[in-house]
Design a protein around this ligand. Structure first.
Ligand code: ZN
Length: 182
């Protein structure tokens, strides 16, 4: 079965201690697991898509402006990948199987070409890693379910600033969306 790794929002603003909307230690503690699965997909020549939040400063029309402090602003350090992942991306970004897809909403499908990218490659199974388990991972997983993809959530490679939300979402993936928790 052809599979892809969606690497969601593992950026400085969401992970670093001084990040604008950080998961803090919960996010930092999954770095080794994200790096490990990312390297495996790179070595296998399998597709990896970095689906990364982008916002414009002072965008009064964006719904998140009322909900969260400014984060992942275009062309800032906050939007670069956290820790070792940034270097891994820089070293592998020229490979045909490594992709970067900007997104402006929680779901990686909202307003993006993701569904067309997956269908063009004959992808049936989608691995999810990154943050936040109960926000961007959740909304992306719901869209994957509705579009008929098989979902695998890598438990040690997802995190949230809300531990209760994290645990609730893991149950929802498994029992409501039929995801495999690996
Ligand atoms: Zn955002």
């Amino acid at each position: 079965m052809k599979r892809v790794l969606l690497n969601i929002d593992y950026t400085n603003d969401f992970i670093a201690t001084n990040g604008a909307l950080t998961c803090g230690e919960a996010g930092q503690s999954i770095e080794a697991a994200i790096v490990s699965i990312t390297n495996k997909f790179i070595q296998n020549g399998e597709d990896i898509i970095f689906t990364i939040d982008v916002h414009d400063e002072g965008d009064t029309y964006h719904p998140e402006t009322k909900l969260f402090p400014p984060h992942n602003l275009r062309n800032t350090n906050g939007r670069m990948l956290y820790g070792q992942l940034q270097q891994i991306y820089e070293e592998s970004q020229d490979r045909a199987n490594i992709h970067w897809l900007d997104k402006t909403r929680y779901s990686a499908f909202a307003g993006t070409t993701l569904d067309m990218m997956l269908r063009a490659r004959g992808i049936e199974e989608v691995y999810l890693v990154g943050v936040c388990t109960d926000i961007c991972i959740l909304h992306t997983a719901v869209d994957l379910y509705n579009l008929g993809y098989r979902i695998v959530v890598v438990k040690d490679a997802v995190a949230s600033f809300n531990q209760a939300g994290h645990e609730w979402a893991l149950g929802h993936f498994q029992h409501t969306l039929g995801a495999t928790i690996s």
